[in-house]
Design a protein around this ligand. Structure first.
Ligand code: FES
Length: 317
C-alpha cells in the first residue's frame, strides 16, 4: 500500500550519458514546482506495467527539473529495459516525492567513492561540498573510458576528482588510494554494486576506519527475493493485536493482508519507505538501508525484508 505523494512529470530529454546509461530530464506536468531535494535523495518511478524502480536524483543544485541516470541492466525484467527501449520524450511518468536515507554526513573531510552508475548520488554530494568549499575528494571507479558519465560536471570539480579505470590496471583490488590510508577526521561515503562495496569496506577497515565513519548505498538486482527465516509474532503497540509471520512471509505482507496501512516502495530493503519503530523485541536486520548505528540501536526495522531474533516484536504502529 502506497500513501506517499505522487508527482506527475513529463520526460523532456533522454540522452546517452556514458555507455549503457541514459540521462532522463523530468519536469513537472502540473502548475506545481517539483519538491526540493537534498544530496543522496532518490525517487520511485512507477512503471506502466506495475511496480516501481528507485533512482537517485542527480540534477544540479537549484535545477527546476529532476534528472535521473538509468543504466541498462542486462537482466532487467522491465525497469531499465523499458526506460531504454520504450520510454519517449513527451511521455508522462508518475514519481514519488524525493526520499533521502543516504544523507551527506557532517565531517571535516569527506571521501566519496563511487563505482559505475553509483556516481549519481555522490556527484550531487561532491557539488554540494564544492559549493561550500569543504574538504573532499571523489574517487570514481569505471571499467573503461567509454563508461564515463557526467564528464562536464566532473571536469568542473577539477582536481577533487580522481577516475580509476580497471582496463588500465587501476582498481581497488590492485591499488589503495592514498586518501583511503588517512581515516582521521573523515567520513567515507560510497555507492556502487555489492562486490565493490564489500571490497571497499574491507580495505577501509584494514586501514583503520571505524564502522561509524562508513556511509554507503549499494545496488541490488531487480526483483531480489525476500529473505525467509523462522516464524515469529509481531504486536501492534496501539491495539495489542498480534500477528504470526510465517517462515516464507515478510512482516509487510502480513500487515498488509490484515489491512494495516504501511508505506511500501522498493520491497527489497533498499529505499527506507517502510522503516518502522520497534518498542520491544530484537530485530534481525536484513536490509541495505539502515546504518550500523541504527541497527545496533534496535529501535527500528525495515518491514519489507527484516525479521526477528526474539519470539515477538512490538511495532510502533
Ligand atoms: S519498501 Fe523499501 S525498504 Fe521497505
Amino acid at each position: 500500500m502506497m500513501k506517499s505523494t505522487h508527482l506527475a512529470v513529463t520526460v523532456i530529454a533522454k540522452q546517452s550519458n556514458g555507455a549503457g546509461n541514459l540521462l532522463l530530464t523530468l519536469e513537472s506536468a502540473s502548475d506545481h514546482p517539483l519538491p526540493a531535494f537534498t544530496p543522496g535523495a532518490h525517487i520511485d518511478v512507477h512503471l506502466p506495467a506495475g511496480g516501481m524502480r528507485q533512482y537517485s536524483l542527480c540534477s544540479a543544485a537549484n535545477a527546476s527539473a529532476y534528472e535521473i541516470c538509468v543504466r541498462l541492466d542486462p537482466a532487467s525484467t522491465g525497469g531499465s529495459r523499458w526506460v531504454h527501449q520504450q520510454l519517449l520524450v513527451g511521455d508522462r511518468l508518475t514519481l514519488s516525492a524525493p526520499r533521502n536515507h543516504f544523507p551527506l554526513p557532517e565531517a571535516p573531510r569527506t571521501l566519496l567513492f563511487a563505482a559505475g552508475i553509483g556516481l549519481t548520488p555522490l556527484l550531487v554530494m561532491a557539488e554540494a561540498l564544492a559549493e561550500k568549499q569543504a574538504d573532499f575528494m571523489l574517487h570514481l571507479y569505471l571499467k573503461r573510458h567509454d563508461e564515463l558519465a557526467f564528464s562536464a560536471r566532473l571536469t568542473a570539480l577539477g582536481e577533487r576528482v580522481v577516475i580509476h579505470y580497471s582496463s588500465e590496471g587501476d582498481s581497488l583490488r590492485t591499488q589503495i588510494p592514498a586518501d583511503l590510508r588517512m581515516p582521521a577526521n573523515s567520513a567515507l561515503v560510497a555507492c556502487g554494486p555489492t562486490g565493490f562495496m564489500e571490497s571497499l569496506q574491507q580495505r577501509a577497515l584494514e586501514q583503520g576506519w571505524q564502522q561509524d565513519q562508513l556511509h554507503s548505498e549499494r545496488f541490488k538486482p531487480d526483483n531480489a527475493p525476500i529473505t525467509a527465516g523462522d516464524s515469529f509474532e509481531v504486536e501492534i503497540a496501539s491495539s495489542g493485536t498480534r500477528f504470526t509471520v510465517s517462515e516464507e512471509q515478510s512482516i509487510a505482507e502480513v500487515l498488509e493482508a490484515a489491512g494495516i496501512d504501511i508505506e511500501l516502495s522498493c520491497e527489497q530493503g533498499m529505499c527506507g519507505a517502510c522503516i518502522t519503530g520497534v518498542l520491544a523485541g530484537e530485530p534481525d536486520h536484513r536490509d541495505e538501508v539502515l546504518s550500523q548505528k541504527e541497527r545496533a540501536a534496535n529501535d527500528c526495522i525495515v518491514l519489507c525484508c527484516s525479521r526477528a531474533r526474539s519470539p515477538v516484536l512490538v511495532l510502533d504502529l
